[in-house]
Design a protein around this ligand. Structure first.
Ligand code: 5GP
Length: 212
């Protein structure tokens, strides 16, 4: 009997290392073709950054197109983040889940709140930086941003962090390998739940329970 995929949400302030963690998780998962994982590709009205490919990083759309999709009720959730719209396509996610694919949504706390209401079985994970000082160090990154930009990013990070208690799990990304291990355990934990295992091993249990 086929198993429906699991839905995960990962939220984090920028600088917590969320994208690197998801990439590493998916890279490791390639070895397990029986349980595929994918990251959902959101729609956004923000402009592509250098190197971002349409349809891979995001589906880049105009504000009018985005609003049309809202009117057509095409989104699981959508939100305005840092002055741009972002949204998750409902049809795409449902199709992946039905194929047994575990789907990861890289969305903000506003989106997480909306998905929780629609899909209470979703597993939500908050990735936190280990300290304010470390977050600021990471946000300063290549040292090319002005003090004003850094202060703005710190303010946005504070807003995202203020919702940490709404999540099922918290991973503190101090040591990357440890954080990746934590994330892997959370995914595994979900897959080992009775509801999933019972379906996967249906034939085995039928045999075990057969009358002699
Ligand atoms: P960025 O523009 O840096 O790629 O993403 C900015 C923020 O938007 C991140 O916190 C990211 O998680 C969030 N985001 C990306 N896609 C979506 C989405 O589909 N829905 C919501 N609610 N947030 C999103």
């Amino acid at each position: 009997m086929s198993v429906t995929g699991n839905l995960f949400i990962l939220s984090a302030p920028s600088g917590a290392g969320k994208s690197s963690l998801i990439s590493a998780l998916l890279e490791n998962a390639k070895q397990d073709s029986a349980r595929p994982m994918q990251v959902s590709v959101s729609h956004t009205t923000r402009a592509p950054r250098p190197g971002e490919v349409n349809g891979q990083a995001y589906h880049f759309v105009s504000v009018d197109e985005f609003k049309q999709s809202i009117d057509n009720k095409e989104f699981y959730e959508y939100a305005e983040v840092f002055g741009n719209y972002y949204g998750t396509s409902e049809a795409a996610i449902d199709a992946q889940l039905e194929q047994g694919i575990d789907v990861f949504l890289d969305i903000d706390w506003q989106g997480a709140q909306q998905v929780r209401l629609k899909k209470p079985q979703v597993t939500t994970i908050f990735i936190s930086p280990p300290s304010k000082a470390e977050l600021e160090k990471r946000l300063r990154g290549r040292g090319q941003d002005s003090e004003e930009v850094i202060a703005d990013r710190m303010q946005q990070a504070k807003s995202e962090c203020s919702h940490y208690q709404e999540f099922d799990y918290i991973i503190v990304n101090d040591d990357f390998e440890q954080a990746l291990n934590d994330l892997t355990i959370i995914v595994k934990n979900q897959r080992l739940k009775c509801s999933q295992q019972a379906k996967l091993h249906n034939a085995m249990f039928e045999q075990l329970l057969q009358e002699d």
